[in-house]
Write a new protein. Sequence first.
Lengths: 378, 280
Amino acid sequence: MSNRTLPVNIQGNHACALGAVAAGCRFYAGYPITPSSEVAERMSAELPKVGGIFIQMEDEIGSMGAIIGASMGGSKVMTATSGPGFSLKQENIGYAAMTETPCVVVNVMRGGPSTGMPTRPAQGDVMQARWGTHGDHPAIVLVPSSVKEVFDETVRAFNLAETLRTPVILLIDEVVGHLVETIALPKASELDLVDRKWADGPKKGFQPFAVTDDMVPPMPRPGDGYRAHFTGLTHDESGFPTQKPEKVAQAVGRILDKLERHRDLIESYEALQTDDAELLVVAYGITGRSARKAVAMARDKGLKAGLLRPITLWPFPEAALKEATKNARHVLVPEMNAGQLCYEVERICGTERIARLNRFDGEAISPAHILEKIEELA
Amino acid sequence: MAVAESVDNFEINDYLRLEMMPHFLCPGCGHGIAMRALLWAVHELGIDKNKLAIVSGIGCSGRMGAYVDANTFHVTHGRPLAFATGLALARPDLEVVVITGDGDALAIGGNHLIHACRRNLRMTCLLLNNEVYGMTGGQVSPTTSENRLTTTTPAGNLEPVFDACKLAEAAGAGLVGREVTLQTPTLKDLIKEGLAYPGFAFIEVISDCTEIFGRKNDLGNSPEMILSQKKSMRPDSYGTVVDEPFRPNSLPTGVLARNDRPEYGETYRNFAKSKQGRAK
Ligand SMILES: Cc1ncc(C[n+]2csc(CCOP(=O)(O)OP(=O)(O)O)c2C)c(N)n1
Ligand code: SF4
Ligand SMILES: [Mg+2]
């Protein structure tokens, strides 16, 4: 790891793989799909070097199952995919949420629906990342917008997954995934890494899903003598199925609450010139970068524009948006989809001030395009 | 019974989560017998309960894991082999047993079964075949015999049946065997062979859904159903059976195929070691 301080030229997908290994990922299972395959390819080369395991499974459902199994065994785990594969993973993502099994799921977004446009960028999976699996479930979704941020957010994804015992989804768009940038990789010693809390107390009477102060119960590791039960059925503190209304409400309530409680840890965003902004742009991923440039161009023209770029999409940084829109007459939400995050922005800011800029033709949204819209609104 | 207990000293309660009793199986369900055979085999091999990991799918068969005093993982429908693949690769020190059903392993999870056999990762897969979707109320399954009545084949099953053991053998499973619940000690011995096998062991257990499938087809009470297994058994070795695409009327039992070859986990670990050597 010591030779990793020199700047390197790498693409986003490789930065994701290197971030994962640096974060302690030691198990990867995946199924090839454009535009995410470079993550798997890099993991297949990196993991054996550090004593980890790479496996190409028979499909995305199996990949998701395999990483959960390995995580239950004690490994830090990841899988990567794109739209069609992300759809297939949904049932098991819910299982990871329900059994509170840490895992990182990367979705390098391409054009959809269906097979869509495998090699073209899109941001069409924003709502699926939040609501893809059935039932009321917690969701942490991170969306980096540069190669360096891919590395950093991958590390953070692992830390959040381990801290909160929950699946974390990393949404990368095709542009960022394939973008090559020069970044300085941090030394291993510079990274703050978190390992999940393992159960180490008395074995007798151990409650694997006890309600603890932080809402995150310590996880029993197989072989350590706890002989715990995991199930996707709604379970009480003992881990065994229950249908008692008060126990069900407590169990589902807790896995939702644990994210609310740790919002400060989860939420991340970039706020740029928001203090006096009369027009706020809310954009993420590669669109967030175009928006940053567009806001600078607007300022040069004397327009009071600002940018809120959520890095955590879910749970959405609500307080930050309220703060940033204090003086805003317009809130512009450019997205590479037919309009998804705009609904969350509308929920927080009301519909009157919202303007949309949508593109779902396989092309990224340029700074000039956003500037044009800013000028139109101003 | 007393004699048997003193000979093998097996006390099933030592392996059960007694706080989970009463269990949810219908009276006379064959799955319970399969469970007993598994725990008996675990006992005779002296497997440490702390190292025993049971991964099960969804179905009456999949519910079995919850009653075993071990590390138990009740996963999603059809996927226990995929979860077990991750667990066994990450934790080669564990004794991984998969419990699955005919719907779980052969319909929704068929792809995982094929590839688990092909990889030959060390684990034992018990397929509890009761010819029906028990848990969901008795719908047709890939192993329902022709003409049998189920809740989704009101005129009798029109689809042909397939042979899980032939599938497993063709896909490369290290050890393939089949036994009926009627022969519990023989089943126990077969499971022991599976547990001791240094690769992927696939064991089909001919079980019975007495309450739903049995009633629907007038197959008699539970003892009658279990005794009727005698009629469909065939002790011949698998090799002598004329090759047929679908399940023959009488089933060969015992060890049906062996394909001794490298265990995948070890192969991968050796490869990884060679990479670590080079990095230094
Ligand atoms: C994805 C999904 N589809 C369907 C179901 C409903 N389901 C539960 S058990 C089952 C069939 C179980 O049959 P089998 O595997 O033969 O087990 P048995 O109950 O007979 O032991 C089905 C279809 C489910 N739980 N999940
Ligand atoms: S429904 Fe059938 S398979 Fe399920 S417990 Fe009852 S008898 Fe057994
Ligand atoms: Mg069945």
